[in-house]
Design a protein around this ligand. Structure first.
Ligand SMILES: [Zn+2]
Length: 86
């Protein structure tokens, strides 16, 4: 796991955050929807555990929760992960 590349999620936080991306989909109406597969759920949880061990003070925050962001991602409530890691 390398943290050398600076991501481009939100300008003011790019140097002090780690962006996690997963491939999502739309629902039948073409709207962003929580389409995580069980494999994605397991992989995300495993990754968050690894990152939590490296950065125990880090917060789990959804992209859409950051100030000034007008995106739907992730298409699930990050609260479920905050309950585990905070
Ligand atoms: Zn995003």
């Amino acid at each position: 796991m390398s943290f050398r590349n600076i991501s481009y999620f939100i300008f003011s936080l790019n140097r002090c955050s780690i962006g996690i991306c997963y491939e999502g989909r739309l629902d039948a109406d073409g709207k962003p929807s929580d389409t995580r597969t069980m494999e994605q759920r397991v992989a995300l949880l495993e990754l968050l555990w690894k990152l939590h061990r490296l950065f125990p003070q880090a917060l789990v925050v959804g992209h859409r929760e950051l100030p000034g962001v007008k995106k739907a991602c992730p298409c699930f409530d990050c609260e479920e992960y905050r309950e585990v890691f905070h």
